[in-house]
Structure formats: C-alpha cells, structure tokens
Design a protein around this ligand. Structure first.
Ligand SMILES: Cc1ncc(CN)c(N)n1
Length: 233
C-alpha cells in the first residue's frame, strides 16, 4: 500500500469515477446539452442532499479530537453552506425557483438512502468515519469539474459553465484537498482491518454517487408515491 491512504483509495475508486464522465447527465453538463428539466431536478435534490451533507461536517467538528481538525471541519461546513450552495441558489434564481422551494424539496429515494448511509456510518464511528463518508463527494465533484473543464467548449457559451467553473475552481479544489489531508491524517497508525473498513465507506459512497447521477438523469422520486401512483424508470 502506498504511503498516502488517498493514493491507495484512488486506485480503488478510479474506475467508478471514470464511469461518471461517461454518464449522460455528466456528459450533458460538459457538452452543454443537458435537458434543463433534468438539471432542475439535480438542483433541488442536490440542495437537500447538501443540507444533510453539511450536518456531517458539523458532526465531524463535534467529534474532532483537536482544535485544528475541528477548525478544518468548520471551514468545510462554511464552504458548503456559503460557496457551493450559492451555485444552486444562483441557478435556481435563473429558473424562478426560490431558496425556500429548494429547501423544502422532498428528497427522492436515492437521496434519502445516500444521506442516511453517510449519517449512519458517521454517527456510529469516530471522526475517521465522518471523513471517509464525505471524501468521495468532495473529491469526485472536483475530479469531474476539472475533467470537464478540459473538454472542448465546456467553458465557452455553455449554460453549465458556472457549474464546471465552480467545481474546477481553486477554492473548491482546496476544499477537496482539505478532505484528502484529513483522511490521510486519520488513516495514520490505523490497522489494515480498520483501513479496509474506511475504504469500503469510500467505495460505497462512490457507488451512491453514480446512483445519484442516474436518479437525476431519470428524474426519479420514489418508485411509488403516497397516492399509490407508480414511477417507472
Ligand atoms: C450528490 C453530491 N455529491 C457531492 C457533491 C459535492 N459536494 C454534491 N454537490 N452532490
């Protein structure tokens, strides 16, 4: 295993994350061709996802064993609530969707499953579980943003160029790097068995990321709603 735990993790998640770049939703962002109704579904679902995601950083701060780690989690929390969610609020305003509408979105089945998984593993373990749960989210979006930024035309006359720019930006890259540094610090001195357990969390969340792209592509909610009406993908 390489010295840095994140380098080892990269060898495990690379094939999963490369599959995101072939996903029609992600390709649609990079090529500027994504159907805007699908994007609105992402905006709303992602907004409520990010609310729970923020809770994870608050939990990380509460579980931290030193002031420095506490501060890093607090900075990550600020990064989501202020910087990342501003992207959503700005796109929503263009569509005439209010911040309240975003905030009161009913989470879909996949959104609920994904955030519940992250909150569950984070509550069960120490601070290392929290950072393992949030790592793929921050790092994989940065990976996608930077990859799409190199696609021809992704940053020119593309409705989604603000999306690509934000996730590829130096500011967002620094948030992803903070997560990687925290993961490596927490991995130090852990047994092989413990590292395997953390690796599994990163792989599971990477698989959830793919399911989230699928959910927004298909505008999925729940397979059956409260009136008994079925939704087929
Ligand atoms: C589902 C998901 N995963 C990750 C990110 C990046 N914080 C996000 N906005 N949405």
């Amino acid at each position: 295993m390489s010295n840095l735990f994140t380098e080892h993790l990269w060898t495990r998640v690379e094939p999963i994350w490369k599959s995101y770049l072939e996903h029609p939703f992600v390709k649609g962002i990079g090529e500027g061709t994504l159907n805007q109704e699908k994007f609105k579904h992402w905006l709303k679902q992602d907004y409520v996802y990010l609310i729970d995601y923020s809770r994870l950083f608050a939990l990380g701060s509460a579980k931290a064993e030193d002031l420095e780690t506490m501060t890093v989690f607090a900075k990550l929390l600020h990064g989501v609530l202020d910087m990342e969610m501003d992207l959503h609020r700005n796109y929503a305003a263009d569509f005439g969707i209010t911040a309240e509408e975003l905030e009161t979105t009913e989470p879909s089945a996949i959104t609920t499953a994904y955030t519940s998984y992250m909150l569950n593993v984070s509550q069960r373990g120490g601070v290392e579980n929290v950072i393992a749960a949030v790592l793929a989210c921050e790092w994989s979006y940065n990976f996608i943003g930077k990859s799409l930024a190199e696609w021809p035309g992704a940053l020119d006359d593309n409705f989604y160029s603000s999306w690509v720019n934000m996730y590829a930006s130096d500011e967002f890259t620094e948030l992803a790097e903070k997560c990687k540094r925290l993961m490596n610090q927490q991995a130090k001195g852990k047994s092989e068995r413990e590292l395997k357990r953390l690796e599994e969390i990163v792989i599971r969340t990477s698989q959830f990321e793919y399911m989230f792209w699928n959910m927004v592509e298909k505008k999925e909610q729940w397979p059956v709603n409260v009136r008994g009406e079925k939704q087929f993908g």
